[in-house]
Write a protein that binds this ligand. Structure first.
Ligand code: CUA
Length: 188
């Protein structure tokens, strides 16, 4: 084979390889686009079964998330609910009180941007989105103190945004909750 013919053969091999890779990349992009369209249509046609909305502009004025209603409550039927609000760059209340060994339902919302929180090394973990109520129920197995940092980047003060959580022994919690007040461990 002459030098010219060898170069031509090498070029043909290179062109074939490039064309093959172009097809592979094109197929990957096509799969991703199809996935986006299918999941988008799926979510549009089958929204989550329960979405609770709340007006972020009037949170502080009326309804469930006014400041006097934030904190922990023990209902007459024994249900424990913690209500809190996340905002740049703090949680209200800054210190939460929960019982050991009793299911606790968290209800949280945000006033401004997306926040989130996780309680220490427990499975209590959620995003908090303005306009929506984030809710979950969990049980804390042992008494103790936890840090509760914001875990969604929410601005320049994000790393300084956290609350404290005190898990009280069951009897101590019940004794304090009997008063019917909204409990928290914020220093007054
Ligand atoms: Cu709030 Cu990060």
């Amino acid at each position: 084979m002459s030098d010219g013919a060898a170069a031509h053969a090498a070029e043909l091999v290179a062109v074939a390889a490039e064309r093959r890779w172009a097809w592979i990349v094109g197929a990957i992009i096509a799969v991703i686009v199809v996935m986006m369209v299918v999941t988008g249509l799926h979510w549009a046609s089958m929204p989550p079964s329960r979405v609770e909305t709340v007006d972020a502009k009037t949170l502080h004025l009326r309804g469930e998330f006014v400041e006097s209603n934030l904190g922990t409550t023990l209902a007459p039927d024994g249900k424990v609910t913690v209500r809190l609000v996340a905002q740049q760059y703090s949680f209200v209340p800054q210190c939460l009180v929960v019982p050991e060994g009793i299911p606790v339902t968290f209800r949280a919302t945000a006033t401004d941007v997306i926040h989130g929180f996780v309680v220490g090394t427990t499975n209590a973990n959620t995003m908090v989105v303005p306009g929506f109520v984030a809710t979950f129920t969990t049980t804390f197995p042992s008494a103790g103190e936890h840090l509760m940092p914001c875990h969604e980047y929410c601005g320049t003060g994000h790393e300084a945004m956290w609350a404290h959580v005190q898990v009280l022994p069951r009897d101590e919690f019940l004794a304090r909750a009997r008063t019917g007040e909204r409990l928290s461990c914020v220093a007054r």
